[in-house]
Design a protein around this ligand. Structure first.
Ligand SMILES: [Zn+2]
Length: 244
């Protein structure tokens, strides 16, 4: 049978393309094909391959800054992203009407992330503290360039700032949702850093017993006060390093 030269050419190119694609799929690490990230080292000295960005907003959450989001400061490990989003999804049902604000996470490829001392391998996430207004309504913590995207807000001993009060129940429910979402994916929370003086308010909520039993709250005073945000490090295995 005679096959016109043009068709033969096309068939050859098609064949080579298919062979190339098959080889690529077989030889490329499954991490790439599945879109999974790979962390290296530790949160304090590490890096990240195939980092993924957290969404700018969702039905019950928003990012602390569009500018910082665009600048690429909200990348995480793909497993962290899945856990964070599953937790927000669970909170839509358990905490209707509550709104949450995502803080800083890290660069797409990890590494030094000023001014933070950790956040280097995609496993660290800052969450801005949930608050209620004078009417008890859940509102996002006000974040702008004028208060260092929320990080300059200082809560007093009565858990108040800017006429807003910390919503410990919303915070407690969030930590429980994060822990459960992490467990559901075979992971966990390594530690949570939140101002030791404010932890009493958190532990007095209905979520206190669960938190005390399952979650490690840092007892030491951190290098910066963690009152306007709580820092969560996830325990996820890294091919190189401790995965923390
Ligand atoms: Zn942090």
């Amino acid at each position: 049978m005679h096959i016109p030269t043009g068709h033969r050419c096309f068939a050859t190119v098609f064949l080579f393309t298919m062979v190339f694609l098959c080889c690529w799929l077989l030889l490329t690490p499954s991490a790439v094909v599945a879109g999974a990230s790979r962390c290296h080292g530790t949160t304090a000295d590490g890096s990240l391959d195939y980092g993924v960005r957290l969404p700018r907003s969702g039905p019950n959450f928003s990012s602390y800054s569009d500018l910082a989001w665009l600048a690429g400061r909200t990348y995480v490990h793909s497993e962290v992203r899945a856990i964070v989003l599953a937790a927000y999804q669970a909170l839509r049902h358990s905490q209707p009407g509550k709104v949450y604000v995502l803080g800083e996470t890290g660069w797409k490829h990890g590494g030094r992330f000023r001014p933070h001392k950790t956040h280097q391998n995609g496993l660290s996430v800052d969450f801005m503290t949930p608050v209620v207004d004078a009417n008890g309504q859940s509102v996002p913590l006000p974040t702008s360039v004028f208060n260092r995207f929320g990080y300059a807000i200082e809560f007093d001993a009565d858990s108040r700032a800017l006429g807003l009060t910390i919503d410990y129940a919303a915070l407690g429910a969030h930590l429980v949702a994060l822990d459960r979402a992490a467990q559901a994916r075979g992971h966990g929370l390594w530690r949570v850093i939140f101002d030791p003086q404010l932890q009493a308010g958190l532990l007095q909520t209905e979520y206190g017993p669960y938190i005390q039993r399952h979650i490690t709250l840092s007892k030491r005073r951190a290098w910066v006060r963690h009152d306007e945000h709580y820092h969560v490090d996830f325990a996820i295995p890294c091919p190189t390093g401790a995965g923390r």
